[in-house]
Design a protein around this ligand. Structure first.
Ligand code: ADP
Ligand code: MG
Length: 693
């Protein structure tokens, strides 16, 4: 305690005791999530105002584009005849005065207050003896008096707290508390990557004197953030590798027996993925692998190979899908594949009747079932396996980190294979699935024909539907996809129902149409799917329930309505439904894009069929606000790092993290103690890292 009765400076000092705060402001700060001095130090600006590069009044030249900073010294609004007006604002700048002029901008009448500080940008001209800027762009500065630095930080605020106040609070915390921070990064890493110390970095974020200083500070903090994440992932991976798992042998005999079940040869990509998986399964350590590939590249076939390998070794295996429709789809595929085998399998989904369910669980527990296909229902309590060896999760992006953890407990360390529905950018894979090994299937099965995609306006409707009809009459099938109405599933059902009605009464009159949406009871959904598969229905009018996994090779036509309402990966996923066989596919998107981003997205979609290229394009197009949805995956969001901008830094952090964990899996060396604490505090729980070490 100091002699004034306040606690001595300490990083955990409650904000109330910081200079310039007190009980009332402490409440405001709490609303921003700021409770301690350390919180304030790590509360970063959302933006900066650049105050360098101001023009001095003494250097003004007729017609030049200038940026001026000054105080409002006079506001003069005058009505003119016929509703017109003129507004003059006299700005006191260093070295002289400048007049800002607006004509007929009534809404600006009360915009300015005396003494307010502004930055004005525009073309300057001399009128009489006064410099004038007509219709300049203006920004209120809200700077501390006398601020002369280069970049002025702009913080996210809450009502009752001004920029100026928050800046002062942050700055005094920097002075008093930043020196107390221990350096978390080992000196060797700082030197190798030429990174500033933590205290220099914090100064660079909060009071940058130049853009370079800010960039250096950001880089250091982004690196640290990525390193902490990659350490957590590397530790989790290391822990996985310590466990024992069943050894599953792929003898030539077993391999031949499995391959015989497929009516085609595997592609090179499939063979490569299978051989990596076989190595994992034979190792005696749990496999943790991500299978990445474009829609229709044949991932499911790879997964089925792995499932059958487990069964051939006398174990049980599970295939988990995100929806019931998909689970049943997988069941159908398996039924065909397994017709000539003795594998005992069944489907476990939510809506089974109790007696049926009890019987099923008993067979699973007694080991009378070799293979279970299901949804989330497989994770529920009461589902116990006799000897589970492998879990395959299809379309992982619908599941999250948490579900993975639950599954871990479901059996004594089964092997674990994840398939994503669509390609994801490399940086994202390294982040969201950074604890997994990755296999990529890049090639498509032979003979696959690309889909031709058209972006169409309303005037082309008639022609498209004529074409669509003609193809149906030639024996093909097709989909019509209607976007989700966001408010409720009920409304979705209505809007897709309306689309169905108007097609049946209009352009597709006389065609056998089916209707599919999320509100239908499971049995009905299944029946509609089945009739479509058998060709009794020619067209499915559907919401995005058909997005994942549906596999009807004869379906080669797709109409997407309201294309601007779909994300790029969703569009690609939809289109994947019609490139399943060896017939050419045709996709027409009706869209009314209202933003440049939506337009770019649709153009990219029409231009390429390459899912990996689309994934990267999507990633570039989306604003930083949407940053990769780490939250949906159960990971806390990144605060400084930006995976699009910091891809190189991410690679470095990942390599460093892997090297550190290889040498010292528990991060037990004294120079790693702080990093270790950061890792556990941020990721210990979500990634179930336990005590580490
Ligand atoms: P994904 O799960 O990657 O979307 P699937 O495994 O469902 O792809 O395969 C898509 C379609 O291609 C299926 O109809 C499947 O039978 C077929 N297929 C998969 N591998 C091959 C192959 N090597 N040769 C020919 N057809 C294949
Ligand atoms: Mg699939």
């Amino acid at each position: 305690m100091s002699d004034r009765g306040k606690p001595a400076p300490d990083l955990l000092t409650p904000v109330q005791y910081l200079k310039g705060v007190g009980p009332q402001r402490a409440e405001l700060l709490k609303r921003l999530g700021l409770c301690t001095a350390a919180d304030v130090l790590f509360y970063f600006p959302r933006d900066y105002q650049d105050l360098s590069d101001m023009t001095s009044v003494t250097a003004l030249q007729e017609g030049a584009l200038v940026r001026l900073r000054g105080l409002v010294a006079e506001v003069d609004w005058r009505p003119l005849l016929q509703g017109r007006s003129v507004l003059g604002v006299l700005l006191h700048c260093e070295g002289g005065c400048v007049r800002l002029i607006w004509f007929n901008q009534t809404y600006l009448r009360d915009r300015f207050t005396m003494g307010e500080e502004l930055v004005a940008t525009g073309k300057v001209r001399m009128r009489g003896l006064v410099w004038e800027l007509v219709h300049p762009e203006v920004q209120t500065l809200d700077a501390d008096p006398g601020f002369t630095g280069g970049l002025l930080p702009v913080y996210p605020l809450t009502e009752g707290l001004s920029q100026r106040t928050l800046r002062q609070i942050v700055r005094s915390a920097l002075e008093v508390h930043a020196p107390l921070l221990e350096e978390a990064l080992p000196a060797e890493l700082l030197a190798r990557h030429d990174l500033p110390s933590i205290s220099e970095a914090l100064h660079g974020m909060h009071v940058p004197e130049s853009a370079e200083m800010l960039a250096r500070a950001r880089r250091r903090l982004a690196y640290q953030e990525l390193l902490v994440l990659q350490l957590a992932l590397a530790i989790r991976r290391h822990q996985n590798e310590q466990a024992a798992a069943p050894r599953l042998a792929a003898t030539p005999k077993i391999d031949a027996r499995i391959r015989r079940l497929f009516p085609f040869d595997f592609t090179a990509g499939q063979r490569e993925a299978i051989s990596a998986i076989v190595q994992d399964l034979e190792s005696g350590r749990p496999m943790n692998r991500l299978l990445l590939g474009d829609v229709g590249s044949g991932k499911t076939v790879v997964a089925v190979y792995a499932l059958l390998l487990a069964v051939a070794n006398g174990y049980q295996a599970v295939l988990m899908a995100p929806t019931e429709v998909l689970a049943r789809q997988h069941a159908l595929t398996l039924e065909r594949t397994l017709r000539a085998s003795r594998v005992r399998w069944d489907v476990l989904v939510g809506g089974l009747d109790p007696a049926q369910r009890r019987k099923l669980l008993e067979r699973i527990r007694e080991g009378e079932l070799d293979l279970v296909i299901g949804t989330h229902a497989v994770l529920q309590e009461g589902v116990e396996f006799a000897r589970l060896a492998l879990v395959v999760i299809d379309e992982q992006h619908k599941f999250g980190v948490r579900e993975r953890a639950v599954l871990k407990r479901a059996g004594a360390h089964p092997h674990y294979l994840v398939m994503t529905a669509t390609p994801i950018p490399r940086t994202l894979a390294m982040t969201l699935f950074g604890d997994l090994d990755i296999s990529t299937v890049r090639d498509a099965p032979p003979g696959r024909q690309p889909v031709r995609t058209y972006l169409a306006g309303p005037e082309q409707r008639q022609r498209w539907w004529q074409y669509f009809r003609r193809k149906l009459e030639e024996g093909r099938q097709g989909y019509v996809v209607v976007p989700l109405v966001e408010e409720s599933e009920e409304l979705d059902a209505v809007s897709v129902g309306e689309a169905y009605q108007s097609l049946a009464a209009g352009p597709l009159a006389g065609i056998r149409l089916g209707l599919l949406h999320g509100r239908l009871p499971a049995a009905e959904k299944q029946e509609v799917m089945e009739r479509f598969r058998q060709g009794q229905l020619q067209v499915l009018v559907a919401t995005t329930v058909i997005e994942v996994g549906i596999d009807v090779p004869n379906a080669t036509l797709m109409t997407i309505e309201g294309g601007e309402r779909f994300g790029l990966s969703q569009l690609h996923q939809l289109r994947g439904r019609i490139s399943r066989g060896n017939l050419p596919g045709f996709c027409c998107v009706f869209a009314n894009p209202t933003t440049p981003e939506a337009e770019a997205r649709l153009r990219a979609f029409a231009e390429t069929n390459d899912g990996f290229a689309l994934a990267e394009a999507d990633f570039r197009l989306r604003g930083p606000g949407e940053l990769l949805g780490t939250r949906q995956h159960g990971l806390p969001p990144l605060r400084v790092a930006d995976l699009r901008r910091d891809a190189g830094l991410l690679e470095q952090a990942r390599q460093d993290a892997q090297a550190l964990v290889r040498q010292d899996p528990g991060l037990a060396r004294p120079e790693l103690a702080r990093l270790r604490r950061l890792v556990l505090a941020r990721y210990g729980k979500v990634l179930e890292l336990g005590d580490v070490g």
